[in-house]
Design a protein around this ligand. Structure first.
Ligand code: MG7
Ligand code: MG
Length: 312
């Protein structure tokens, strides 16, 4: 009975969080019963049973600035900086983006139809980077001058996960090194809890880009097929049965597949698309437990983690 009362106390915070979520105009939670049930399990499990698996581009980073101008993805760092230094090469990156970005988001094509195009895009773009033999130092400079911006509260979110020993796996089809340099520049160092599954630029002995890690990770293969089971951080997330998944794309919803466990995954999705596109928005509401519409903050994820932490 004592245990029962203890559990009830812990889950007290869940109804409060639920009523807050349901009261927000820009948050859609189409199945509150399921969300509340997942939250209760997570609260009972506590920080020790939790892992956060998050996308980076337009999830931890902002999609647009206050004036509505699109900000940069990790790959986009090359578009902008190379355009400035070597317009001819820069134009090649931009041409690729103009050609393939509409395919990535085309509602008329199936995922199977898109995959070969994504492989071509990532492959070509990575070849340009390797052929140019950019140095680590140059790329760090590119990041310093980039238009990658953290969402509001992202720094605190990452630090608070670290403080509570909750692992953060950043699962990105972008470029992992760019995320690393960005975190180093913004946080001073990469927190101990933070791990990467991403495309990594490999450098030769002169610290010049010479290859990319395998397997290639593009938008539509963010699942167990690209997770190396021997990853050094795997022991750390073993036994963490409760997953908070953060993403902004349809390709992000299977990032938890491959972590063997029987606990819930709470899927929080940022919708950056047009409000007129009701079909797209509806699709997000079907696949994500909680949809955040045009949200430039990490408030919701932070509140969820706070509730998990406050009760232990
Ligand atoms: N993305 C993927 N690639 C590129 C690229 O070469 N340039 C730019 N600007 N963007 C790229 O985080 C993954 C996202 O990065 C974008 C190869 C894609 O739109 C993808 O969703
Ligand atoms: Mg993204």
């Amino acid at each position: 009975e004592a245990e029962c009362i203890e559990q009830l106390k812990k889950t007290d915070a869940v109804p409060l969080l639920m009523s807050w979520l349901l009261g927000q105009e820009s948050i859609v939670c189409s199945d509150p019963t399921t969300v509340a049930a997942k939250l209760r399990k997570m609260v009972v499990g506590g920080a020790g049973k939790t892992v956060v698996i998050s996308d980076f581009d337009y999830t931890l980073s902002r999609f647009a600035n206050e004036s509505g101008e699109r900000l940069s993805t990790t790959h986009g760092v090359f578009d902008d900086n190379v355009m400035r230094l070597k317009p001819e090469l820069g134009q090649k990156f931009v041409d690729l983006k103009n050609k393939y970005y509409p395919i990535e988001f085309c509602p008329k094509l199936t995922m199977e139809e898109k995959i070969p195009h994504m492989e071509k895009w990532w492959g070509t773009s990575h070849s340009l980077i390797v052929n140019e033999k950019f140095s680590k130092h140059t790329i760090q400079d590119f990041v310093r001058q980039s238009r990658i911006v953290f969402k509001d509260g992202a720094e605190d979110f990452i630090q608070s996960l670290d403080a509570h020993n909750i692992p953060l796996v950043i699962f990105s089809a972008g470029i992992g090194n760019i995320i690393e340099y960005f975190l180093e520049q913004k946080l001073g160092a990469i927190p101990r809890n933070t791990h990467f599954i991403s495309n990594m630029i490999l450098f030769d002995e002169d610290e010049k880009a010479c290859a990319f890690s395998e397997p290639l990770i593009h938008t539509f293969c963010k699942n167990s097929s690209v997770i190396q089971k021997e990853a050094p951080f795997f022991h750390e997330i073993n036994g963490r049965v409760n997953v908070i998944l953060l993403g902004d794309s349809m390709g992000d919803i299977h990032m938890d597949v491959g972590v063997e466990r029987d606990g819930p995954t709470l899927k929080v999705g940022y919708y950056n698309g047009s409000l007129d596109d009701t079909a797209a928005l509806q699709h997000y509401e079907e696949v994500y437990d909680i949809v955040l519409i045009h949200d430039p903050t990490l408030n919701v994820a932070q509140k969820i983690v706070d509730v998990i932490n406050s009760t232990h």
